[in-house]
Design a protein around this ligand. Structure first.
Ligand SMILES: C[S@@+](CC[C@H](N)C(=O)[O-])C[C@H]1O[C@@H](n2cnc3c(N)ncnc32)[C@H](O)[C@@H]1O
Length: 297
């Protein structure tokens, strides 16, 4: 299982690693970022999370690493359980790993035929098949519009509803066949990517969990601790950007009695960092990545 870590040098620099510090990689994946963090640590510790059992099977053998098979929504509780609060830095590399994309039967990739699954945690009940076949037409319309930013979500939901009355939609190819008439000619792949993004966000409850996790970072980071986040689409990036700027998800900065802004983070980079052309050429998965780095005040 190989996954080239996205913007690895920028992330390591952003974490400003202290060799004896405590760091948290909440999206372990194939351990690409974790491996580099470990190289910078001497007596320090690394706590990592992943909800996917494939990631857990791929643990780097290193006694400074504790890998926790949990959703990162429980980050704060587990860090407390392991008596590692407060921490010096947290990295989140959101989205799916190359491994998840490469295993056809998990349904993450629009390139292969696979099950309509899309669960990162396979112990969970809700899969994309359940969403596509059992959500009401209205619910489908809403998730495609909100999470896929699909303009003709109305037509898309109606087509799915009509087709599933004839037979259950079970595979990624089956879904693509049905919805291809909703896509602009020559833009089918982009359209499928938006549809799959919407289903993935719904199945894994990604945006709500991202908000919970971001809220917890303020509680677990030390003063001066670093938060490094890579997001892969605008819905995620907007939440990260607003939270770092204002401490809430609307991005509206509140002021105290004296008119001073109440903020939790100082932004290290005002604009998001994006991969250079060479990295994008080498690793296509990095093309939509945006990196934001902040320091807890
Ligand atoms: C983009 S990959 C991380 C790759 C990793 N940085 C590397 O270099 O190998 C994202 C990983 O985060 C995991 N993940 C996504 N959301 C999660 C959540 N809410 N809780 C725990 N793990 C999550 C996924 O299962 C996936 O393995």
């Amino acid at each position: 299982m190989y996954h080239e870590p996205v913007m690895i040098n920028e992330c390591i620099k952003g974490l400003a690693i202290k060799p004896d510090g405590i760091y948290v990689d909440i999206t372990y994946g194939s351990g690409g970022h974790s491996k580099e963090i470990l190289k910078k640590l001497t007596k320090g510790k690394l706590i990592a999370f992943d909800q996917d059992d494939d990631a857990i099977r791929n643990k780097i053998e290193d006694e400074r690493l504790t890998l926790i098979h949990q959703n990162f929504r429980y980050m704060k509780n587990f860090l407390k359980l392991y008596k590692t609060v407060p921490v010096d830095g947290i990295i989140a590399d959101l989205g799916v790993s190359s491994h998840q994309l490469d295993v056809a039967e998990r349904g993450f990739s629009t390139r292969f035929d696979g099950e309509l699954d899309l669960r990162m945690d396979r112990k969970k009940r809700l899969s994309a098949r359940e969403v596509v076949n059992n959500y009401s037409e209205r619910q489908l319309r809403e998730i495609f519009f909100k999470y896929g930013e699909i303009k003709n979500a109305l037509k898309l939901a109606a087509i799915i509803e009509k087709s599933r009355r004839e037979s259950e939609i079970k595979t990624t190819s089956h879904l693509k066949d049905i919805i291809s008439i909703c896509a602009k000619r020559g833009r089918e792949n982009k359209y499928y990517a938006q549809v799959f993004q919407a289903l993935r966000i719904e199945v894994n409850n990604e945006l709500e969990i991202l908000k919970v996790m971001l809220g917890q970072t303020v509680e677990v980071l030390k003063q001066g601790g670093r938060l490094v986040v890579i997001s892969y689409h605008s819905l995620e990036d907007r939440l990260v950007k607003n939270f770092l700027k204002s401490g809430n998800f609307k991005g509206e900065i509140e002021k105290d009695f004296y008119g001073n802004p109440i903020v939790n983070f100082k932004l290290i980079n005002k604009k998001p960092i994006i991969p250079n052309e060479e990295e994008i050429k080498r690793n296509n998965r990095s093309r939509s990545a945006k990196l934001r780095i902040a320091e807890k005040i």
